[in-house]
Design a protein around this ligand. Structure first.
Ligand SMILES: [Zn+2]
Length: 264
């Protein structure tokens, strides 16, 4: 790691040299582990939408923090997406594969002296399993936590991206806006005239909203594979969402308790 104030400060684990990683470990940093998905995102967004988003949020958050506070681990590109398999391009891992992968990463970083880790999630289907994964990481002496980036936005998501009614949706206004900000060259302009997308209003206003996770059933409820009002997307909305999520993630990382000394 270079000195504080250096604009080129590297926060990605996999771009550092071994001695630099050993030095960071001595400062009890938080390791951020992004996990996304490789899955269909409607006819207009790239397959890596969730992964690109969570990488951006996580790296920007780490860049906002003081040096030696956080490092971003190599991202896990794939997630749990069985329900999108009817669409081309989706690659899903089995739950046991994800748990084994995170467990092996945790075992490895613990061996190098790291004790704090946060899984940052970019895909709804991963939300349950990352809770299990962080619980298992305690076996290696790692204090871990997990969150999905949109949970950092709370009710403001509904104000920023009203076409999705406060939900993250799928390839709707929120995600299309984020991709217009992050990788506009990969967004097909047909999103502006897209029809047949699934309106999230009834889901958002249901008494069960926020209390229950139910995986999508696209062939019955959303044959286009788009949940939310994609035609309302704007790059400026995506820019605000990514910036706000990164700032709040940095705050959450700062608030993580430091590793207590081992009692003798
Ligand atoms: Zn997505």
């Amino acid at each position: 790691m270079t000195e504080p104030g250096n604009e080129t400060r590297e926060i990605r684990w996999h771009k550092l040299r071994r001695d630099e990683i050993a030095e960071v470990a001595r400062h009890d940093p938080v390791l951020l582990l992004p996990i996304g998905a490789i899955e269909q995102h409607g006819p207009h967004l790239p397959i890596d939408t969730d992964t690109s988003t969570v990488i951006a949020v996580t790296e920007r958050a780490a860049g906002l923090l003081p040096p030696l506070t956080a490092l971003v681990l190599p991202p896990i590109a794939w997630g749990l997406s069985p329900y999108w398999m009817p669409f081309a391009g989706t690659i899903t891992l089995r739950p046991e594969t994800i748990l084994a992968l995170i467990s092996d990463i945790g075992r490895s970083v613990a061996a190098h002296g790291f004790r704090r880790l946060m899984i940052v999630n970019g895909h709804g289907g991963n939300a349950g399993i990352i809770g299990v994964a962080v619980t298992q990481l305690a076996d290696f002496g790692i204090r871990a936590t997990a969150l999905s980036y949109w949970s950092l936005l709370g009710t403001e998501l509904g104000t920023l991206s009203p076409g999705d009614h406060g939900l993250i949706g799928h390839a709707g206004q929120t995600e299309t806006s984020i991709q217009l900000h992050l990788q506009p060259e990969l967004v097909h302009p047909s999103y502006r005239e897209l029809t047949g997308w699934t309106d999230l209003e009834s889901k958002a206003s249901s008494p069960l909203a926020g209390a229950l996770y139910a995986p999508p059933l696209p062939l019955h409820e959303g044959p286009t594979g788009v949940y939310g009002n994609a035609p309302l997307a704007e790059a400026a909305i995506g820019e605000r969402i990514v910036a706000m999520a990164a700032e709040r993630l940095a705050e959450v990382v700062s608030a993580m308790p430091r590793t207590p000394p081992v009692r003798s």
